[in-house]
Design a protein around this ligand. Structure first.
Ligand code: ADP
Ligand code: ZN
Length: 721
């Protein structure tokens, strides 16, 4: 009798498949294996057959497993999480599994990897490409492929540089252990309030049972210090912790802060890691040796064998919602993982999402509050500036009151922050002669002018073109005008107003790596920067005691459009950026420029009455049957062939089931009607909370067929409307 195994193959288009386990090979559920598919080999994971039903094939048709990886099996809670995520977000289990198993990391059992770096030798024949490569690579190190990407040259150029001695191979040990964080290294003296909350969290970690906490504390109240105490308890118990951050850019300051508390840095996990770093981190995590991991969304699916605590910092952030591939919300998946692992989950936020507050009301999450800022720091004073009554000068964007406040801050030697959530110089460029507007050829979006690189760029697909000198339509010269401000334009205005001030632009264009983020923090701390002009990248996490004035250039920006979370998001974002002001001994002040000073959200910000704002927003959601009182799911039908997408979307619409508990709207062109060259149509399902939307959609779409050039994706609990 041959023994067979059901394998979930890491190939998003394939379901579970059965294989024969050859004699002498031992596998168990969770084992990582190599399987043949046609002439090729894929990685997969052994699964419990009863949990992944599939059509069984006869013994005589079974092919043999090729190998078992020299890596610990994927733990049971992770397998359950993969199943839950696939079910809830209507995604193939294999696509979810791919987030947990990074094949190269799981498979390579070799303890070392070969990387390359510059030697400082200048080659005799220095072609422009070689010069560019050496300049961009600088001190960096990586695989040939990675260096080629960094340098934007072909791999051949890198290999050529190797031959002439300008680049050398180095052996990197990917099995070297990480230092152990020491809970007693630098504990703070907690305030009474902080210590009460920390005590509850510590106990919960020790009890090792599932409990979500909503840690609700104003910016600067010490949420981080407090959840560090929970991490200390987990370390003491020999348990692993995941800390999820909403942006890679926040990793670097977190590492430093963690090291100050625990004596060494935690393990970082994010898309910016080199292969060697990724492999080392994966193996240390999967073996249980790495006790604390900090990372982006994807860190959530890694195979920690003894997870004791999950922290989601800035838990209200919408960047936790993944919008590509598997459309999951990391905050919600984090709670599920805590449930499968029997461990506490801490959602920390100064402005919790309405959904999270609702869970508190339902008694599912425990609420922990830190109402005041730590120490002498006070919350900043917030004022609204009515742009109708106090307009900026013509062609300018900063109003007189904000300018005076920054004048005064400069006078006092303090720092200011101008916040505008728009990269580039201007969001729209048009020809004043013929009215031509520059649109992306691949997306329904205007091209955004970036003066620093002298190009127009699409913020959706990344397409760029050199900024034209003449209008391509009417061929008029000097007729192009920039409409509206981006951060670069605000920085120009600031440079005109304060010619002696040091101004820094902080966006993903200028701060694209952890090293750049670290450099920014250092320049701020050394007071080398007087005025920061930045996007949402600067609103979170940073602690700059000398920053006292914050100006929100356009508070109305997020309020446009039909997004049900628009007001909530505006509130969160402005509270977040306000939280950067006056974090030290010096008081802070915040100025919100708006055309709608009477809007509920502006009132709430100015009066500080967030409770009233939340109550009103929550009531509006209840009346509309919107989340958390109802649910949505979006079905996005896309194709390069517009007619095919349109036709499929209509066919799906025609076959929509009729049920009392739900209603299907559309199809209609999606909010981004074209994206990356694909035409998009959308159907929106709106249902009662208790209705099993997933089951209905599975049955509905499962019975339909469409052309191979059409893609149908489902977004459960969508964020972008
Ligand atoms: P939050 O995460 O709520 O924004 P932080 O934990 O970042 O707040 O705390 C804000 C600042 O106050 C940080 O510089 C932090 O080190 C400091 N702080 C908070 N609590 C304490 C404490 N008990 N002892 C010393 N410093 C503290
Ligand atoms: Zn585009």
């Amino acid at each position: 009798m041959s023994s067979r195994a059901r394998i979930l193959v890491l190939h998003p288009a394939l379901g579970p498949l059965d294989y024969r386990v050859p004699q002498g090979m031992a596998v168990e559920p969770g084992s990582i294996v190599v399987v043949p598919i046609g002439p090729r080999q894929y990685a997969g994971v052994v699964w419990e057959p009863e949990r992944l039903p599939t059509e069984e094939i006869g013994d005589n048709r079974l092919r043999n497993l090729i190998a078992v990886a020299d890596a610990p099996p994927i733990p049971e809670p992770v397998r359950r999480l993969v199943e839950w995520t696939a079910d809830y977000y209507l995604s193939p289990p294999s696509a979810v599994l791919a987030m947990a198993v990074r094949t190269s990391a799981a498979f390579e059992s070799a303890p070392t990897i070969t990387e390359y770096r510059a030697t400082g030798v200048v080659p005799e024949r220095l072609t422009p490409q070689r010069a560019q490569a050496l300049e961009r690579i600088g001190e960096r190190q990586g695989l040939v492929r990675e260096l080629a990407t960094i340098a934007d040259v072909s791999e051949g150029v890198i290999r050529g540089l190797c031959k002439v001695g300008a680049i050398e191979a180095v052996t990197v040990d990917t099995d070297s252990p990480y230092p152990l964080p020491d809970p007693a290294f630098g504990p703070p003296e907690l305030s009474r309030e902080q210590s009460d909350v920390a005590g509850i969290l510590r106990q919960s970690v020790e009890a090792a049972s599932f409990q979500p906490f909503l840690l609700d504390g104003v910016t600067g109240s010490g949420k981080t210090e407090v959840y560090f105490e929970a991490i200390a308890a987990a370390i003491t118990a020999g348990q692993q912790t995941i800390v999820l951050l909403p942006e890679i850019a926040l990793t670097e300051p977190f590492l430093t802060r963690f090291a100050a508390r625990f004596g060494c840095e935690p393990v970082a996990w994010h898309s910016g890691l080199r292969t060697s770093q990724r492999r080392r981190a994966w193996r240390a995590i999967a073996s249980g040796e790495a006790l604390v991991t900090v990372g982006a969304r994807s860190a959530l699916f890694l195979p920690y064998p003894k997870l004791g605590l999950i922290v989601v910092d800035e838990a209200h952030e919408t960047s936790f919602k993944q919008e590509e591939g598997v459309h999951y919300h990391a905050r919600d998946v984090a709670v599920m993982r805590g449930r499968f692992e029997d461990c506490p989950v801490i959602l920390a936020s100064a402005t919790p999402a309405i959904e999270s507050r609702h869970q508190v009301e339902l008694g599912r999450y425990a609420e922990l509050k830190l109402p005041g800022r730590f120490g002498v720091a006070e919350l900043p004073d917030i004022e609204a500036i009515d742009l109708i009554k106090e307009p900026p000068d013509r062609g300018r964007w900063l109003s007189p009151r904000l300018i005076l406040a920054i004048d005064a801050a400069l006078e006092r030697g303090e720092q200011s922050l101008l916040f505008l959530n728009r990269r580039g110089y201007a969001p729209l460029t048009l020809c004043r002669h013929c009215g031509h507007r520059f649109q992306c050829p691949n997306c329904t979006a205007w091209m955004v002018e970036h003066r620093l690189i002298r190009r127009l760029a699409c913020h959706h697909c990344g397409h760029t073109v050199p900024t034209p000198e003449i209008c391509p339509e009417c061929e008029e010269a000097d007729s192009l005008v920039a409409c509206g401000p981006g951060v670069e334009r605000i920085a120009d205005e600031a440079a005109l107003l304060w010619p002696n001030a040091e101004i820094a632009i902080v966006t993903s264009d200028t701060m694209w790596s952890p090293a750049k983020a670290a450099e920014f923090v250092q320049r701020m701390e050394h007071k080398d920067i007087d005025i920061v002009v930045g996007t949402q990248l600067v609103t979170k996490g940073y602690h700059f005691p000398n920053l006292t004035v914050v100006g929100v250039v356009d508070a109305d920006l997020g309020l446009d459009g039909g997004d049900l979370r628009a007001a909530e998001r505006t509130f969160q974002q402005i509270m977040q950026v306000s939280g950067r002001a006056g974090r030290g001994e010096k008081p802070g002040s915040v100025f919100i420029q708006t055309h709608a000073p009477d809007a509920r959200v502006m009132h709430a910000l100015v009066s500080g009455d967030s409770a009233a704002f939340y109550a009103a927003e929550t009531e509006a959601r209840r009346e509309a049957g919107a989340p958390p009182y109802g649910r949505y799911a979006a079905i996005i039908v896309s194709s390069e062939d517009k007619a095919a997408a349109d036709e499929t979307a209509r066919m799906i619409g025609r076959t929509a089931p009729r049920r009392d508990e739900m209603h299907v709207y559309g199809p209609a062109p999606a909010p981004l009607a074209m994206l990356r060259g694909r035409h998009r149509f959308r159907l929106l399902v709106h249902a009662r909370r208790a209705f099993d939307v997933q089951d209905m959609i599975r049955d509905w779409l499962g019975a339909l067929e469409w052309s191979a050039k059409v893609r149908v994706a489902v977004d459960v609990d969508p964020y972008s409307f």
